[in-house]
Design a protein around this ligand. Structure first.
Ligand SMILES: CC(C)(COP(=O)(O)OP(=O)(O)OC[C@H]1O[C@@H](n2cnc3c(N)ncnc32)[C@H](O)[C@@H]1OP(=O)(O)O)[C@@H](O)C(=O)NCCC(=O)NCCS
Length: 169
């Protein structure tokens, strides 16, 4: 339940995977109704427990002992440090938890991060812009599982540390 205790950010564990897969599905459908999902929750849980947690890293936001959101991040051969997943349970949006999880990724990888976002996900795009990200590329999404136009966003070290200062050029 929202507001039921402090938010704790901790390392993800394999047993979290089914909870995180359920959050993944609910978050995506709430933000982008009708989004094409080619993997069921069990497949997503398996991928989170193996690939995302073993080859990359997962941090979980927990409230009252229950996961309410998570971020998956790591280094990508093409784009460098990347956020791979960032999802909150729908009733936990709008409370600053997304920023806490993004900070956990930046603490581990540095502020210079990239990520993909589906173009119609206007709320997430506003969140990323507030966090200093800018669109650096776009595609029609023809090669993606969702088949929807998507955007590549990046944040460089300067945009988070200097550009918001009043004396910045
Ligand atoms: C994107 C996300 C991680 C941002 O975290 P957050 O802590 O909610 O960040 P914000 O409070 O800045 O909210 C971001 C946007 O989410 C939406 N949102 C926030 N609270 C909401 C609520 N209670 N009801 C509906 N939408 C809400 C709004 O569009 C908001 O943008 P706005 O304030 O400019 O309107 C989180 O909202 C989320 O998990 N969204 C669904 C999944 C998603 O889109 N993930 C990103 C995939 S690239």
């Amino acid at each position: 339940m929202p507001g039921a205790g402090a938010i704790v950010i901790r390392e993800g564990r394999a047993e979290d995977a089914p909870w995180l897969a359920a959050i993944h599905r609910r978050a995506r459908q709430a933000a982008m109704p009708g989004l094409r999902e080619v993997h069921d929750e069990a497949d997503v849980a398996g991928w989170i427990a193996t690939t995302l947690m073993r080859a990359h890293r997962v941090m979980v936001a927990e409230q009252g002992g229950m996961p309410v959101g998570y971020i998956g991040f790591g280094r990508d051969a093409r784009h460098g440090p990347m956020v791979l997943h960032l999802y909150l349970a729908p009733d936990h949006r709008g409370q600053g938890i997304g920023a806490l999880l993004l900070k956990a990724a930046a603490d581990a990888l540095g502020p210079q991060l990239s990520l993909y976002c589906i173009a119609r996900n206007a709320g997430a795009l506003r969140f990323y812009r507030r966090q200093g990200f800018r669109v650096v590329a776009c595609s029609d999404g023809a090669g993606t599982e969702e088949g929807e136009p998507d955007l590549l966003l990046s944040r460089d070290a300067l945009s988070t540390e200097c550009n918001d200062r009043e004396d910045s050029p």
